[in-house]
Design a protein around this ligand. Structure first.
Ligand code: 4AD
Ligand code: MG
Length: 445
């Protein structure tokens, strides 16, 4: 009973051979004369046809969505006028049920495939089954390819990958979103960003990157905030601000090109986001102060969080930022934010010391996907920044000493992987762009 060839469903030409395949029932159509199964195994879909006595066995009663089984048979082209994945079907001559499945699995996976943005508790509780749906699995495949594409691009550009620690005793992006913990009797945190560690690695390694988890105790529920997310971060040595912007364009374009060159991945993207294409370069550039003017000039004006027109120094809140990005409908480099609303380490702009050499990359549908900047390279200026922020100078000795032992003009950025995937896959929320989302009130499954 062993097939001629043990195959996964992703393998192309296996017509005319007797094969053995294993997988789970994804869709089921039982007719009088025949049963049609769509099998999935994580590599593809396969239509399997069971006819005659094979449909009348005791095992056939166990067929439901999710049932796992091994089938043997001959692979054939589908008859004219009929359609099936890859235009082929397996004519089964023998099969074995491995694990049965209750029929309610169907309701869960199908409902979720159909309604991406319905993030009610039931779907979150059933995320382990939701993941079997077509949409969820396509998004996960794209996400995997995105991580790989970043690694490929960094390697081509001669960046060295490093792996900074997750347990830390310093903050990077403000104390309010730190997850604190007891570390053998000492106070420690889960890292918000690996940036400070990346900066310490450039003198010996040159340009570096990492793809690690970052943690933020976000106390609001939005569709683009998680408490645990995957952070793609890079740091570049001996650069100017403009170099950082050009590098970001280059990285984003390379990654998208790699994705679209992969037929399988391009297929998932086409299904999820038919209009998606490589953004044209250069990306639109807009200073923070011009963005404020732009928001105020809309009819009616897009207001700040207090309901007033924006003034210099206001945060551009998520809603306003999203409106602006959606109206402009292009990737935007939003630059030169005021120092007072940005992190302590950002370098000031020489021409206007109220502003920093900083950039957020905004994408239609999501808003901010990247935050980056040039870093303060002067020792005394950095000490001044700690004092202004009320931070402990001692805790940051290792970071400060970068400026003591041969400083350099350098800068870098962090990109939220889930946000990037949400943009490419046109997902309403970044919660569908990770395996098991973590956010306030949700730490299972
Ligand atoms: O803008 P952020 O806070 O910048 C930093 O952490 C810098 N230290 C990075 C660096 O320069 N190395 O975060 C960077 C990106 C954001 O643009 C966003 O895409 C993502 O990280 N991000 C989140 N993604 C999901 N959930 C959250 N709570 C996020 N917070 C930030
Ligand atoms: Mg940011």
């Amino acid at each position: 009973l062993i097939g001629d060839k043990d195959v996964t469903l992703g393998e192309g030409e296996v017509k005319g051979t007797r094969v053995k395949v294993s997988g789970r029932i994804h869709r089921l159509r039982q007719q009088k004369q025949a049963t049609f199964l769509t099998l999935i195994d994580g590599y593809g879909h396969l239509q399997c046809v069971l006819a005659g006595d094979l449909t009348r066995t005791y095992d056939a009663l166990l067929f439901a969505q999710g049932t796992s089984l091994t089938l043997y048979g001959e692979m054939r082209k589908v008859p004219e006028g009929q359609s099936a994945p890859d235009n082929r079907e397996l004519h089964v001559d023998y099969y074995r049920v491995i694990g049965k499945s209750p029929s309610d699995a169907d309701a869960i996976t199908n409902r979720v495939s159909a309604q991406q943005d319905q993030w009610d508790a039931q779907m979150l509780d059933n995320r382990h089954l939701v993941l079997r749906g077509d949409t969820a699995s396509s998004v996960m495949k794209v996400r995997s390819a995105v991580e790989w594409a970043f690694a490929k691009a960094y390697r081509e550009l001669k960046f060295t990958k490093i792996s900074p620690p997750a347990f830390v005793q310093t903050q990077v992006e403000g104390g309010s979103t730190l997850f604190g913990l007891d570390y053998y009797g000492e106070r420690a945190y889960l890292t918000q960003s690996s940036q400070l560690y990346l900066e310490t690695a450039i003198p010996s390694l040159g340009n570096v990157y990492c793809i690690e988890k970052s943690f933020r105790a976000e106390k609001s529920l939005t569709r683009r905030h998680l408490s645990e997310y995957t952070h793609v971060e890079a740091e570049l040595d001996f650069i100017e601000f403009e170099d950082l912007l050009v590098h970001l364009e280059e990285m984003i374009s390379r990654v998208i090109t790699t994705l679209l060159e992969d037929k399988e991945i391009a297929g998932y993207i086409k299904e999820l986001n038919p209009e998606f294409k490589v953004p044209s370069r250069p990306f639109k550039r807009m200073r923070y102060s011009d963005a404020i003017d732009w928001l105020n000039a809309q009819d009616p004006p897009i207001l700040n969080e207090e309901g007033n027109p924006h003034v210099f120094g206001d945060d551009i809140a998520e809603a306003a930022e999203r409106r602006m990005t959606d109206i402009i409908n292009l990737p935007i480099f939003l630059t030169h934010f005021p120092a007072e609303i940005k992190s302590f380490y950002m370098k000031k702009e020489e021409a206007d010391l109220r502003c920093t050499e900083s950039v957020d990359v905004l994408m239609p549908g999501v808003g901010e996907i990247v935050g980056g900047s040039m870093r303060m390279e002067d020792y005394d200026e950095l000490i001044g920044a700690y004092k202004r922020e009320g931070m402990s100078i001692d805790d940051y000795y290792w970071y400060t000493e970068q400026r003591k032992y041969g400083t350099s003009p350098h800068g870098g950025y962090g990109l939220g992987l889930e946000r990037f995937v949400a943009w490419i896959c046109k997902q309403h929320s970044i919660r569908t762009c990770c395996l098991y989302p973590r956010f306030m009130g949700r730490c299972k499954p």
